[in-house]
Ligand binder design. Sequence first.
Ligand code: SF4
Ligand code: SF4
Length: 394
Amino acid sequence: MSVPVGQMIAVVRHVLRERWRGNHRYPLVLMLEPLFRCNLACGGCGKIQHPTEILRSHLTPEQCFQAVDECGAPIVSIPGGEPLLHPQIEQIVAGIVDRKKYLYLCTNALKLEEMLPHFTPSPHLAFSVHLDGPKEEHDQAVCRDGVYDVAVAAIRAARRAGFRVTTNSTLFSDADPIRYRRFFDEVMALGVEGMMISPGYSYAKAPDQEHFLARLRSQSLFARILENAPRRWKFNQSPVFLEFLKGRWDLECRPWGTPTYNLFGWQKPCYLLDEGYATSFAGLMEETNWSGYGRASGNPKCGDCMVHCGYEPAAVEATFGSLAGLLATARLTLFGAPNRPLPPLPEPAHPAPLRVQANGLHALPVLGQTPLPLPILPPIPLENNAASACGRVA
Ligand code: SF4
Ligand code: SF4
């Protein structure tokens, strides 16, 4: 695990304080979305299909600070749209860093190099650069050639300027384990602090049997990519979460651990689903029917989800929930996961249906689903997005 000691201490202190108060539902990471606008139009994006007036809007710095203060999470993540398009992003970043929060500013890096002089390096600030895989896979995922090279150049520039840099990668069902293992080596060679990985999320509904196999397939893919991982790979994720991805540790979703605040308010119940909004953080915690979400609930939207926003908090809970969890985490951190033979890659019983998003674009193949060849779609004009729309040919 690769996070600054100060951040680790802040998280441990926060968890212990909440548990001492008898609070078992507490936030760890605020997902702050100050805008949905972006300068890319990735085929698998779930954020840029809002109407034009929403894409033109953004939260004010004061709204952002109020959300940060209300929530109280020790870590703040600013995901996409593209935060560097926000006209007051410097002010937002400075205000959050002043509050001694650990801030991860997620960016596709198209504007990162030119924006670096607007920020000051700090242990409380990290740029989390979106890299969905090796050059070919990444450029295909973001639907524009050359983006990988721009992102790599920006990472190097940010490191030279003394900034903390991490990467975030969403893996899809057509990920080739060997290519991704090489990709992790390349990313670490750039001098990043750590990598964050997550399976793509699918809204597709499927029968129970298919859920089971789909989940197995996801676990098998991650096991192949992460098994016998060299010590030079650093992940800024809990070792328990990585074991969960490999199918070696069972967890249940804890969506309240990563509450989302955006232009509409506090999003219920999680970053992925959009099932209403609360006007305050306290309202979100009280009004949300938490038992209706997570795999155990039987909610089909949650059946195959293994995404970090629901399961990283569960991994933290597993770590601090018992002495066994704490010892297991310490063992994984110090010695890594035990080496095992690579598991076979099961195929789902039925091919997954082709998914078309609300914006008319084909969704990327998602881990757990069999990739299908996608027909060529006619171009669809996307207002406010500079990149052309694309489908992904699996
Ligand atoms: S970079 Fe791609 S995935 Fe991220 S917000 Fe922009 S369009 Fe969406
Ligand atoms: S399992 Fe958790 S994170 Fe995933 S969609 Fe359901 S509530 Fe959201």
